[in-house]
Design a protein around this ligand. Sequence first.
Ligand code: F6R
Length: 360
Amino acid sequence: EKAGYKHFMAKEIAEQPVVLADALRHYVQNGRINLPDVDFTGVDRVTLVACGTASYACHVAKYWFEQIAGLPADVDIASEFRYREPVLSPTSWAVFVSQSGETADTLAALRHAGDAVARTLAVVNVPTSSIAREADLALPILAGIEVGVASTKAFTCQLTVLALLALKAAHDRGRIDAAELGRRLDALATLPGLMNHALRLADDIRDLAGELAEAQDILFLGRGPMFPLALEGALKLKEISYIHAEGYASGELKHGPIALIDNRVPVIVMAPRDALFDKTVSNMQEVMARHGKVLLISDARGIEEAGAGCWRTLALPQVADFLAPILYAVPAQLLAYHTAIAKGTDVDQPRNLAKSVTVE
Ligand code: F6R
């Protein structure tokens, strides 16, 4: 079943170009978004709710809904949402994201939102799941069965469906015209190919993973939509390698976490050469001034401009700015995988974790 791979996680990471292309074929037809039951006209807010990795996909989507569609978006962790008495409006939509579709807190949050919002949407991998059945509309992510406990291909497929929802919202609300929508969809269509390139970083990542495996603490930094990716990189690493890792918004560094930096702390900076690049690089230089071991993940131009003095660099292909979070997920997953292999942990069945968390 592992199709020649040593672990389900490795197989599922490698499958991403194919499953992403499947999802795109389903949701984009003849240059248009195929979401006939989705019209954001009159919707004035989206609330995104999930747990764990799926919540980081929601966090990225918040940037997309606000930046591309001009639509206010909130993100909540399901276990907080259900108890904090969120103020929901009848003109808003709530989106619940779950690979399994059975996560107890996310299901309870969906029931909690119930009739208080205009509509509930489920972005799920298992179309027969409770969350899919109970939401007003279920959108499958089409990732195929995910066996590894650490979510990989489900995350990038969740992001893809959420990106399409945000683009649909932008178009429905008149924020982007047909030509701009077409350009964005063309950019999405390049992702499977770009992901194939990203997968070729596996050898370089294996090379540096031995050293990462020695670390006690690892920080991940990113800005804008790369901030949730920093959170995801840290979660993936801690859950399968058991190394303590934290993700931070790069601008937050000097508000506390910089105190942790010394020459034993690897700092992984995820920074495509976008409008925020210079800001992130200046945070990275603050780390280097304190002898932190920086691994810069960027594109060739970013590395040429800022790679000097880094411990290591990894170059991804150039990608449309809004899609960087999907592409940069691949090296984050590979880093966790190869570090865990170097430590000898059980990658597919990490201790204390279950694939589907059906208790509160
Ligand atoms: C991390 C991971 C978990 C899940 C979370 C939600 O790799 O897999 O954080 O993302 O338990 O699960 P689903 O998406 O099934 O609701």
